[in-house]
Structures are given as C-alpha cells and as structure tokens.
Design a protein around this ligand. Structure first.
Ligand code: GUN
Length: 289
C-alpha cells in the first residue's frame, strides 16, 4: 500500500488522525458494551466477485474491526452469485442475533440490482445507511444510520469548528453512496446546496462559487485550480487506481494554494469512512440490546 507522509500543512485535513480519534472512542465504547452485556459487537461483510479495490476496502474494514475490538465475519461470494443467493444470505444475517451490523460492499456485479439488495438489509443492522428507510429518515432530517463517507465529512467539519449554516455547498457527483446523502446532510444543517453531475453544463460556474466543495466522481484530476474559489474547503472523495497508486478527483498540487482546507487522497475521507462504520456497528449493537 501507498506510504503516506506525515501531514504538517495546516490546510491539509488529516483523515487518519480524525479516524484515530473516532476509533479510540469506539474502542472504549466497545469495552463498556462488553462489560455491560457480556457480548462483543459484530459486523458481517458481504463481498461479491473479485473487484480488487473492493477486496482491499473490505480488508481495511476488517482490520479496523480488529483495532477497536469488534468481531468481523467475512462472506465472500463468487461473481456469478445470483440475486436470490445474496438475498438469502442477508436474510440469514438479519436473523442472527449475534450479528449487529451488515455491510454489502458496493459495487455489486452488473446483474444484481443494488437498490433491491439494500432494501433487504434490516434497517437496524444497516450500518452503511443505504436502506431506503434510513435514507428516508435522513431526508426528513432524522439522521440515524447515514452513509459513512458523508458522515465522515460532517465530522471533519465539526473537528475544524466549521458551521455549514448559510454556506454555499457544491457537491459534484450524484451517487446514492456519497453525492446525494452528502447534499442532504448539509441541507439538514442549513447550507445552500447544489448538486452537479456528469450532465451539468458549466461545472466551473458552480464549483467556483462553493464555500464547501465535495467532489465524488471518480474522474482523476477533474477539479483544477481555476474551478475553486479562493479560501474554499474541499473534500476530495474520488478514487482512481493507476499503477498501484490512488488519485483523487482534485488536482491537489494545483488547488492546494487556493484553499482554506483540503482532504487529500489517500489519507483523507477514506480512513474517516471506515472509522464511522465502526461507530455505526457499536451504535447498532447498542440499539439491539
Ligand atoms: N463502495 C464504495 N464506498 C462504499 C461504502 O461506503 N460502503 C459500501 N458498502 N460500499 C462502498
């Protein structure tokens, strides 16, 4: 894996440091939970197929479980698994009392309807926040289990004491995993929110007005310096793998001199996402007791 230099520039959001803080709290919470209930919180992961980045992300999630004392159960299914087989596995995991959280790693192979799969994860075990009930609760401002990456972004803003109320937020990318929930969670905090996407006509005219810019497209280096407002806060959620290295959606070196804060790739929102997943698994265990 890529070696990351120590973050010394105050403009760079050190996602690993924020994640370590969250994980330390979760670890303490897990110990208390065990003392009180005599059982350990447990997360089941489901990985379908051989998508190399997904395999790595799931591995990182299992390592995080180990660090905080959560049991992790690994379900690996072949690429040709049918929709019915996945639903059956989820039904079994839903029923097992000793499993508190269920995570189905996305993307799933093309022949499987991801949205349908998400509907089958019990809302109480939906630590990723992708079940429509949890998504709907978020939409009406009752945030429970919400998608982990946007929650990590909110946590980072809190860490830097940035209050989104009244700020101009531009989200680039309209996925269910990041773009839409990030927009909704910032709207819940009274930001003025715009969502741009692949069909947006003049991207720069929008991004250039953002106080907070969140980019989650998977297009390497999409955001250049002239698309970013002076003093903006930039969250780069994109990941492109090239020659065993990962790159973000933001042209980091070019954009850095203009920003107030920026999350790097790697070492930005990735570790925070995983730490929030740990927090959600503990939260699920507490709710089920
Ligand atoms: N694929 C990319 N990001 C995520 C995530 O946050 N959760 C899951 N389950 N799959 C993903």
């Amino acid at each position: 894996m890529q070696e990351l230099p120590e973050v010394t520039d105050p403009r760079i959001i050190d996602g690993r440091k924020i994640a370590q803080g969250i994980e330390a709290d979760v670890k303490r919470g897990v110990e208390e939970f065990i003392k009180e209930h005599g059982i350990r919180p447990a997360l089941a992961t489901v990985l379908v197929g051989e998508h190399p980045p997904s395999k790595l992300y799931v591995k990182l999630k299992h390592w995080a479980c180990k660090r905080v004392g959560i049991i992790s159960e690994d379900h690996k299914l072949p690429q040709e698994t049918t929709h019915e087989e996945i639903i059956e596995l989820i039904a079994t995991l839903n029923k097992r009392h000793e499993i508190h959280g269920i995570l189905v790693q996305l993307p799933l192979p093309g022949h499987i309807d991801e949205r349908e799969v998400m509907m089958h994860i019990s809302p109480e075990k939906d630590v990723d926040g992708f079940n429509p009930l949890n998504m709907g609760k978020m939409l009406i401002g009752r945030e429970g289990f919400v998608p982990c990456t946007p929650k990590g972004i909110i946590r980072a803003l809190e860490e830097f004491k940035i209050e989104p109320h009244g700020m101009e937020v531009v989200v680039v990318g309209h996925s269910n995993v990041v773009g839409k929930p990030a927009a909704m969670m910032l709207l819940n905090r009274n930001a003025t929110v715009r969502i741009c996407h692949v069909y947006t006509r003049d991207l720069k005219s929008h991004t250039g007005e953002a106080d907070i810019l969140i980019v989650a497209t998977g297009v390497r280096g999409l955001i250049k310096a002239d698309m970013v407002k002076e003093g903006a806060i930039v969250f780069d959620v994109g990941i492109t793998w090239q020659d065993n290295k990962v790159y973000g959606d933001v042209d980091f070196d070019e954009v850095l001199p203009r920003v107030k804060l920026i999350s790097p790739v790697p070492g930005g929102v990735g570790p925070m996402t995983i730490a929030i997943l740990m927090e959600h698994t503990l939260m699920a265990a507490r709710m089920q007791r």
